[in-house]
Design a protein around this ligand. Structure first.
Ligand code: FES
Ligand code: FE2
Length: 404
């Protein structure tokens, strides 16, 4: 089956339509999880050709902020320029290749290389080259600063994140995300994504290091099948039988629930998104946005998890909470934000042992990609099909380039 074929229904359950054909489809082989060379190849093909999540907009909140990120071995630098525009550059000086910025912070008007103090403005232009013509002489004939700007990586912001497209050839980010934004604007209001306010307090973020390939975190997030066994507490207020499968073709898959309890434990409810559908107050949806972003939307809060692949078998998960308006970030709602942080921290910590266990399992030659059951694994199957298609597409275009 391809992602465009309609599934053959064999049953309709609260989860949706079952598709018996998916059990016969190929899954990603073990090498896609355990092979370091394959991992690097994926960066330069599958990841490079689409929009991947790199960081949060809140990492570079104000003009002059800089934040280095190592993306699958590539040293990159996120910058907020003087016009408030987020930019991404290769984090390397054009002179002798020194890493420009080692730690997140404020660069002011210029990023200065620590080695010979060349200075780049926040649009990446080389502006100063101290002593380049001898002590106290800062220019030299035959050397033009305009020829040595930082190397930019195509980047755009959406949903409180900075995305990159390493190839520079993907459609604009808005266009890429359109099917997802359309769905969630219908649920949460036309401006929900522009209204998002990141919580920068101690309850606004969390980070987990998981010893697995990033794709296993994506796959685990796609499905609700494991809910009763891995998340017994979550299953009490958002049970498995209230879930449905969710495919947002071609870029995301996951699950939704009809019973997420908005006011659980809250004396002072958080403000909901202004345009949230009043008939669906307890709807919540969880989508893996391929290739490396996990999203969760509820009537009164939103979160995004960036999966930063550190190695083929190690992934850093960065979660950022976002709210419907500034009003949610006040002291009045502190305890509610704290309780959400605790509840989700429990859920995502519970997932660590299963994604790490799957990574261990991928070392076995007795496993060949496994199988997709007709109902519960429909979203995971969609991710595999997307990844395989993206890999094959890259191989075909590489071949085309080589033969032309
Ligand atoms: S390496 Fe950066 S100024 Fe020399
Ligand atoms: Fe889970």
């Amino acid at each position: 089956m391809t992602t465009s074929d309609p599934p053959t229904p064999i049953a309709i359950s609260p989860h949706g339509v079952a598709d018996p054909n998916i059990s016969r489809d190929p899954a990603l082989p073990n090498a896609a999880y355990v092979d370091a060379t394959e991992w690097q190849h994926e960066r330069d093909t599958v990841m490079a050709n689409t929009w991947a999540g790199l960081g949060f907009s809140a990492d570079i909140a104000s003009a002059g902020a800089v934040c280095p990120v190592n993306f699958m071995g590539l040293p990159l630098l996120m910058v907020r320029d003087q016009n408030g525009c987020a930019r991404v550059f290769h984090n390397v000086c054009r002179h002798r290749g020194m890493q420009l910025v080692a730690e997140a912070g404020e660069a002011g008007l210029m990023v200065r290389c620590p080695y010979h103090k060349w200075g780049y403005d926040l649009t990446g232009q080389l502006r100063v080259t101290p002593n380049v013509g001898g002590m106290g002489v800062h220019e030299i004939a035959g050397f033009n600063c305009a020829d040595h700007a930082l190397t930019a990586v195509r980047s755009e912001e959406a949903l409180g994140m900075v995305f990159i497209n390493l190839s520079g050839e993907a459609p604009p980010l808005d266009e890429h995300l359109a099917p997802l934004l359309q769905r969630w604007r219908a649920l949460a209001g036309e401006s929900f994504d522009r209204d998002l306010q990141a919580d920068t307090s101690e309850f606004g973020a969390m980070t987990l290091e998981v010893k697995c390939n990033f794709k296993l975190a994506v796959e685990n997030y796609c499905e609700s099948y494991h809910l009763p066994f891995v998340h017994p507490d979550l299953n009490t207020y958002s049970p498995l039988d209230a879930h449905y499968n969710l495919i947002v073709d071609p870029l995301a898959s996951g699950q939704g629930t009809r019973t997420y309890d908005l006011t659980r434990g809250a004396e002072d409810p958080l403000p909901a998104f202004a345009g949230w559908d009043g008939d669906r107050l307890k709807t919540a949806e969880y989508l893996s946005l391929y290739p490396n972003v996990l999203l969760g939307i509820q009537a009164d809060h939103f979160f995004a998890i960036l999966l930063i692949p550190e190695a083929h078998n190690l992934t850093r998960e960065r979660l950022q909470f976002m709210y419907a308006s500034d009003a949610a970030l006040t002291e009045q709602h502190r305890s509610r934000r704290q309780s959400l942080h605790e509840a989700w921290n429990l859920v995502f910590s519970e997932d660590v042992s299963v994604v790490e266990g799957m990574q261990q399992g991928r070392a076995s030659p007795a496993f060949d990609g496994g199988l997709f059951t007709p109902l519960m694994d429909v979203p995971t199957h969609h991710f595999h099909q997307w990844f395989i298609k993206a890999s094959l597409g890259q191989a075909a275009s590489l071949q085309q380039k080589q033969s032309s």
